[in-house]
Design a protein around this ligand. Structure first.
Ligand code: ADP
Length: 296
């Protein structure tokens, strides 16, 4: 079992100091994308990791924070299990995964990956605050946060601490059951005053790699219907692709291994659309960033 003692307090101090550090760190991040889902197993972590990779391939500087305290999966998906926290004495250093992409996971706090983490709400808030304020994220265009499924302490802490502009990407599958959970998720974002980028439908049919025929295995159109019903944008569909499972297990990325696959292209399109979508980032302090995006 992991205990709070495992938490590496690099720069503990008075609350005002902590708040100042958080403000200073977050001021160097232009945009936040918070990836959420109503329930587990819909491909939220897969979407967060691939979206982060696609944004970095698009030329953006990206940080990826895995806030899944109870079951961090980003280290495995990105092939960096077993990494440990490194500090320069002042800050925790994020690991550089590839050009322009760095990541940090609460998983690194857990000594043994089979350990169960039992932390109550205030401790989770504290851990997330520390990951936002004590990790040397540097200047980023995007911080992509992989939240645990549901509407618990972690997404609420992110919504309160990460600053603005921030927008949630709500991941679902086309099944009715998943769609019902997402309604709660969208309403949570509204209550937490977290902007909603929209709904991403994952595992949206199977495209045969041989013949290209599309089969709707888990129903069809649930995400799009839900988006319409909840009056939020529909961000697109990522098909079922067994190669995504292989990549997740091997710690590789489908954007590298099969860049022309519909799944990889889905993440590329998602990243480009989110990046150039001015209305979503309206109020972003850095207008130069938007015009720079428009020139691409
Ligand atoms: P969550 O974060 O919602 O719990 P994960 O991202 O861990 O879900 O994905 C759950 C499983 O589904 C993993 O094995 C992952 O590789 C697989 N998966 C995710 N998206 C797809 C997809 N589009 N096609 C095939 N497998 C997928």
């Amino acid at each position: 079992m992991s205990h709070p003692e495992h938490l590496v307090t690099i720069a503990s101090g008075a609350k005002e100091d902590e708040d100042r550090r958080l403000r200073e760190r977050m001021a160097r991040i232009r945009r936040r994308l918070v990836v959420v889902s109503g329930k587990g197993g819909v491909g939220k972590s897969t979407a967060a990791a691939n979206l982060a990779v696609a944004l970095s391939a698009h030329g953006r500087r990206v940080g990826l924070l895995d806030a899944e305290i109870h079951g961090p999966s980003i280290p495995k998906i990105l092939g960096c299990e077993g990494a440990s926290l490194i500090s320069d004495g002042q800050s925790i250093l994020p690991a550089v995964v590839r050009d322009r992409l760095e990541r940090m996971s609460v998983g690194f706090l857990i000594a043994n990956k089979t350990d169960a983490v039992i932390w109550r709400g205030p401790m989770k808030f504290k851990v997330i605050q520390q990951f936002l304020s004590d990790v040397a994220w540097g200047d980023l265009d995007y911080l992509v946060v992989d939240c645990p499924p549901g509407t618990g302490d972690e997404p609420l802490s992110i919504a309160q601490l990460a600053g603005r502009p921030a927008a949630a990407v709500v991941v679902t599958t086309p099944q009715e059951l998943a769609v019902a959970e997402v309604r709660r998720c969208v309403s949570f974002c509204r209550k937490a005053e977290l902007g909603i980028a929209g709904v991403l439908e994952n595992m949206s049919g199977y495209v045969c790699p041989q013949c290209g025929v599309h089969t709707g295995l888990f129903g069809a159109g649930g995400g799009e219907r839900l988006a319409r019903e909840m009056a939020v944008p529909f961000l697109g569909q990522i098909p079922i692709d067994p190669r995504l499972v292989g990549c997740g297990d091997a710690g590789t990325c489908i954007l590298d291994t099969h860049p022309d696959s519909p799944a990889a292209q889905g993440f590329v399109d998602l990243a480009r659309n989110l990046d150039r979508w001015q209305d979503l980032w309206h109020g972003s302090p850095d207008e130069a960033f938007v015009s720079e995006t428009e020139q691409r």
